[in-house]
Write a protein that binds this ligand. Structure first.
Ligand code: AP5
Ligand code: MG
Ligand code: ZN
Length: 212
Protein backbone atom coordinates (compact mmCIF):
# COMPACT_ATOMS: atom_id res chain seq x y z
CA UNK A 1 0.00 0.00 0.00
CA UNK A 2 1.30 3.38 -1.04
CA UNK A 3 0.64 5.29 2.19
CA UNK A 4 3.07 7.46 4.15
CA UNK A 5 2.47 6.92 7.87
CA UNK A 6 4.10 8.01 11.11
CA UNK A 7 3.47 6.03 14.27
CA UNK A 8 3.25 8.11 17.45
CA UNK A 9 2.90 6.98 21.05
CA UNK A 10 4.81 6.89 24.33
CA UNK A 11 7.63 4.45 25.11
CA UNK A 12 6.12 0.97 25.32
CA UNK A 13 2.89 1.85 23.56
CA UNK A 14 3.51 -0.88 20.97
CA UNK A 15 5.03 1.00 18.03
CA UNK A 16 7.64 -1.66 17.28
CA UNK A 17 5.27 -4.56 17.89
CA UNK A 18 2.58 -3.18 15.61
CA UNK A 19 5.08 -2.07 12.97
CA UNK A 20 6.28 -5.67 12.52
CA UNK A 21 2.74 -6.82 11.76
CA UNK A 22 1.83 -3.87 9.56
CA UNK A 23 4.92 -4.43 7.45
CA UNK A 24 4.00 -8.11 7.04
CA UNK A 25 0.42 -7.36 5.94
CA UNK A 26 0.74 -4.12 3.97
CA UNK A 27 4.31 -4.29 2.70
CA UNK A 28 5.36 -0.89 4.06
CA UNK A 29 9.02 -0.05 4.24
CA UNK A 30 9.74 0.44 7.93
CA UNK A 31 12.17 3.00 9.23
CA UNK A 32 12.71 2.86 12.99
CA UNK A 33 15.07 5.50 14.31
CA UNK A 34 15.45 3.63 17.61
CA UNK A 35 16.57 0.44 15.82
CA UNK A 36 18.90 2.39 13.51
CA UNK A 37 20.47 4.27 16.42
CA UNK A 38 20.97 1.08 18.47
CA UNK A 39 22.64 -0.50 15.45
CA UNK A 40 24.94 2.51 15.14
CA UNK A 41 25.83 2.22 18.85
CA UNK A 42 26.55 -1.51 18.46
CA UNK A 43 28.77 -0.88 15.46
CA UNK A 44 30.57 1.98 17.18
CA UNK A 45 30.01 4.34 14.23
CA UNK A 46 30.46 8.10 14.59
CA UNK A 47 26.68 8.48 14.89
CA UNK A 48 26.55 5.70 17.50
CA UNK A 49 29.27 7.27 19.61
CA UNK A 50 27.43 10.61 19.59
CA UNK A 51 24.00 9.06 20.26
CA UNK A 52 24.81 6.64 23.08
CA UNK A 53 24.90 9.08 26.00
CA UNK A 54 21.55 10.61 25.08
CA UNK A 55 19.89 7.22 24.69
CA UNK A 56 21.23 5.89 27.99
CA UNK A 57 19.93 9.03 29.71
CA UNK A 58 16.47 8.72 28.16
CA UNK A 59 16.92 11.98 26.23
CA UNK A 60 16.40 12.67 22.54
CA UNK A 61 19.41 12.40 20.27
CA UNK A 62 20.00 15.88 18.73
CA UNK A 63 17.62 16.69 15.87
CA UNK A 64 20.29 17.31 13.22
CA UNK A 65 21.75 13.81 13.66
CA UNK A 66 18.39 12.05 13.46
CA UNK A 67 16.99 14.19 10.65
CA UNK A 68 20.14 13.49 8.61
CA UNK A 69 19.68 9.77 9.19
CA UNK A 70 16.03 9.81 8.09
CA UNK A 71 16.76 11.97 5.06
CA UNK A 72 19.36 9.44 3.95
CA UNK A 73 17.05 6.44 4.46
CA UNK A 74 14.12 8.03 2.61
CA UNK A 75 16.17 8.98 -0.42
CA UNK A 76 14.75 7.36 -3.54
CA UNK A 77 12.33 5.19 -1.55
CA UNK A 78 9.16 4.20 -3.43
CA UNK A 79 5.83 2.89 -2.10
CA UNK A 80 4.33 2.88 1.38
CA UNK A 81 6.47 3.96 4.31
CA UNK A 82 5.99 3.54 8.06
CA UNK A 83 8.10 5.70 10.36
CA UNK A 84 8.45 4.23 13.89
CA UNK A 85 9.84 6.70 16.39
CA UNK A 86 10.24 9.67 14.06
CA UNK A 87 9.42 12.52 14.33
CA UNK A 88 9.64 13.02 18.09
CA UNK A 89 9.83 16.80 18.37
CA UNK A 90 8.12 19.71 16.64
CA UNK A 91 11.45 20.64 15.07
CA UNK A 92 11.79 17.16 13.54
CA UNK A 93 8.21 17.25 12.24
CA UNK A 94 8.82 20.62 10.56
CA UNK A 95 12.07 19.43 8.98
CA UNK A 96 10.40 16.25 7.77
CA UNK A 97 7.88 18.28 5.79
CA UNK A 98 10.67 19.50 3.55
CA UNK A 99 11.14 16.03 2.05
CA UNK A 100 8.27 13.73 3.14
CA UNK A 101 4.51 14.16 3.07
CA UNK A 102 2.88 12.57 6.13
CA UNK A 103 -0.52 11.26 5.01
CA UNK A 104 -1.49 9.64 8.29
CA UNK A 105 -0.26 9.93 11.89
CA UNK A 106 -1.41 6.98 14.00
CA UNK A 107 -1.24 7.81 17.71
CA UNK A 108 -1.32 4.82 20.08
CA UNK A 109 -3.05 5.80 23.31
CA UNK A 110 -2.09 3.75 26.37
CA UNK A 111 -2.61 4.39 30.09
CA UNK A 112 0.75 5.22 31.71
CA UNK A 113 0.32 2.56 34.45
CA UNK A 114 0.77 -0.33 32.03
CA UNK A 115 3.82 1.07 30.24
CA UNK A 116 6.47 0.46 32.92
CA UNK A 117 5.61 -3.22 33.09
CA UNK A 118 5.61 -3.56 29.30
CA UNK A 119 9.09 -2.05 29.11
CA UNK A 120 10.91 -3.59 32.05
CA UNK A 121 9.89 -7.11 30.93
CA UNK A 122 10.51 -6.58 27.24
CA UNK A 123 13.10 -8.64 25.37
CA UNK A 124 14.40 -7.64 21.93
CA UNK A 125 16.14 -9.66 19.22
CA UNK A 126 19.72 -8.63 18.57
CA UNK A 127 19.54 -9.84 14.98
CA UNK A 128 16.14 -8.72 13.62
CA UNK A 129 14.81 -6.27 16.29
CA UNK A 130 11.60 -8.27 16.90
CA UNK A 131 10.15 -7.54 20.34
CA UNK A 132 8.77 -9.96 22.91
CA UNK A 133 7.48 -9.72 26.46
CA UNK A 134 8.24 -12.25 29.18
CA UNK A 135 4.56 -12.48 30.05
CA UNK A 136 2.42 -10.74 27.42
CA UNK A 137 4.19 -12.04 24.30
CA UNK A 138 6.72 -14.68 25.35
CA UNK A 139 9.05 -16.31 22.82
CA UNK A 140 8.39 -20.00 22.16
CA UNK A 141 11.89 -20.86 23.36
CA UNK A 142 13.29 -18.79 26.25
CA UNK A 143 16.04 -16.41 25.16
CA UNK A 144 15.69 -16.95 21.42
CA UNK A 145 13.74 -15.12 18.71
CA UNK A 146 10.74 -16.91 17.14
CA UNK A 147 11.37 -15.26 13.78
CA UNK A 148 15.11 -15.75 13.26
CA UNK A 149 16.48 -17.70 16.23
CA UNK A 150 18.59 -14.67 17.22
CA UNK A 151 19.57 -13.96 20.81
CA UNK A 152 17.08 -11.98 22.92
CA UNK A 153 18.46 -9.22 25.14
CA UNK A 154 17.20 -6.50 27.43
CA UNK A 155 17.70 -2.96 26.12
CA UNK A 156 20.01 -0.91 28.34
CA UNK A 157 17.37 1.88 28.47
CA UNK A 158 14.67 -0.49 29.76
CA UNK A 159 15.54 -0.03 33.44
CA UNK A 160 12.89 1.66 35.57
CA UNK A 161 15.10 4.73 36.09
CA UNK A 162 15.73 5.39 32.40
CA UNK A 163 12.15 4.49 31.48
CA UNK A 164 10.93 7.31 33.78
CA UNK A 165 13.28 9.75 32.01
CA UNK A 166 11.95 8.58 28.64
CA UNK A 167 8.39 9.30 29.81
CA UNK A 168 9.39 12.82 30.82
CA UNK A 169 11.09 13.36 27.47
CA UNK A 170 7.99 12.05 25.70
CA UNK A 171 5.67 14.38 27.61
CA UNK A 172 7.82 17.45 27.06
CA UNK A 173 9.02 16.93 23.49
CA UNK A 174 6.88 14.38 21.67
CA UNK A 175 3.33 14.60 23.03
CA UNK A 176 2.77 18.03 21.33
CA UNK A 177 3.00 16.25 17.96
CA UNK A 178 -0.49 14.84 18.47
CA UNK A 179 -1.93 18.36 18.29
CA UNK A 180 0.39 19.24 15.41
CA UNK A 181 -0.92 16.40 13.25
CA UNK A 182 -4.50 16.94 14.39
CA UNK A 183 -4.30 20.49 13.03
CA UNK A 184 -2.99 19.10 9.75
CA UNK A 185 -6.04 16.83 9.56
CA UNK A 186 -4.07 13.57 9.40
CA UNK A 187 -4.26 12.36 13.02
CA UNK A 188 -5.83 8.97 13.79
CA UNK A 189 -5.94 8.18 17.51
CA UNK A 190 -6.10 4.46 18.24
CA UNK A 191 -6.76 2.76 21.56
CA UNK A 192 -3.51 0.92 22.36
CA UNK A 193 -4.84 -0.91 25.42
CA UNK A 194 -5.74 -4.59 25.48
CA UNK A 195 -4.32 -7.56 23.59
CA UNK A 196 -1.71 -7.05 20.85
CA UNK A 197 -4.03 -8.65 18.27
CA UNK A 198 -6.92 -6.37 19.19
CA UNK A 199 -4.76 -3.25 18.89
CA UNK A 200 -3.52 -4.51 15.54
CA UNK A 201 -7.07 -4.94 14.23
CA UNK A 202 -7.90 -1.36 15.20
CA UNK A 203 -4.87 0.05 13.39
CA UNK A 204 -5.38 -2.13 10.31
CA UNK A 205 -9.01 -0.98 10.11
CA UNK A 206 -7.95 2.68 10.19
CA UNK A 207 -5.36 2.09 7.47
CA UNK A 208 -7.85 0.25 5.27
CA UNK A 209 -10.17 3.26 5.33
CA UNK A 210 -7.40 5.19 3.57
CA UNK A 211 -6.60 2.46 1.04
CA UNK A 212 -4.64 3.71 -1.91
P1 AP5 B 1 12.82 3.95 20.60
O1 AP5 B 1 13.51 2.69 20.35
O2 AP5 B 1 11.97 4.51 19.56
O3 AP5 B 1 12.02 3.80 21.97
P2 AP5 B 1 10.62 4.38 22.50
O4 AP5 B 1 9.93 5.41 21.70
O5 AP5 B 1 10.89 4.68 23.90
O6 AP5 B 1 9.65 3.22 22.27
P3 AP5 B 1 9.90 1.74 22.60
O7 AP5 B 1 10.65 1.09 21.47
O8 AP5 B 1 10.46 1.59 23.96
O9 AP5 B 1 8.39 1.20 22.66
P4 AP5 B 1 7.42 0.75 21.51
O10 AP5 B 1 6.31 1.73 21.43
O11 AP5 B 1 8.14 0.40 20.26
O12 AP5 B 1 6.83 -0.56 22.18
P5 AP5 B 1 7.07 -2.11 21.83
O13 AP5 B 1 6.28 -2.49 20.64
O14 AP5 B 1 8.50 -2.47 21.87
O15 AP5 B 1 13.89 5.07 21.00
C1 AP5 B 1 14.92 4.78 21.91
C2 AP5 B 1 15.82 6.00 22.10
O16 AP5 B 1 16.44 6.33 20.84
C3 AP5 B 1 15.13 7.28 22.53
O17 AP5 B 1 14.98 7.34 23.94
C4 AP5 B 1 16.07 8.35 21.99
O18 AP5 B 1 17.19 8.49 22.80
C5 AP5 B 1 16.52 7.73 20.67
N1 AP5 B 1 15.67 8.13 19.54
C6 AP5 B 1 14.87 7.33 18.79
N2 AP5 B 1 14.23 8.03 17.85
C7 AP5 B 1 14.62 9.32 18.01
C8 AP5 B 1 14.29 10.53 17.34
N3 AP5 B 1 13.40 10.57 16.32
N4 AP5 B 1 14.87 11.67 17.79
C9 AP5 B 1 15.75 11.66 18.78
N5 AP5 B 1 16.10 10.56 19.47
C10 AP5 B 1 15.54 9.38 19.08
O19 AP5 B 1 6.31 -2.77 23.09
C11 AP5 B 1 6.87 -2.67 24.40
C12 AP5 B 1 6.66 -3.99 25.15
O20 AP5 B 1 5.26 -4.18 25.39
C13 AP5 B 1 7.12 -5.24 24.40
O21 AP5 B 1 7.65 -6.15 25.32
C14 AP5 B 1 5.83 -5.80 23.77
O22 AP5 B 1 5.88 -7.21 23.61
C15 AP5 B 1 4.78 -5.38 24.79
N6 AP5 B 1 3.48 -5.03 24.20
C16 AP5 B 1 3.26 -4.32 23.04
N7 AP5 B 1 1.93 -4.18 22.84
C17 AP5 B 1 1.31 -4.79 23.89
C18 AP5 B 1 -0.07 -4.99 24.25
N8 AP5 B 1 -1.08 -4.53 23.50
N9 AP5 B 1 -0.32 -5.66 25.41
C19 AP5 B 1 0.68 -6.14 26.18
N10 AP5 B 1 2.00 -5.99 25.89
C20 AP5 B 1 2.30 -5.32 24.75
MG1 MG C 1 10.16 0.51 19.61
ZN1 ZN D 1 15.06 -12.15 15.42
Amino acid sequence: MDLKIVLLGPPGSGKGTQTERLVAEFGFTKISTGDLLREAVRNGTELGVKAKGFMDAGKLVPDDLVVGLIREKLKGLKGGVLLDGFPRSLEQAQKLEEFFNVEMAVDLEVNPEVLIRRLTERRSCRACNSVFHLEFNPPKKAGSCDKCGGELYQRSDDTEKVVRERFTTYTERTAPLTEYYRKKGVLKSVDGMGAIDDVYKRIAAVIKTARK
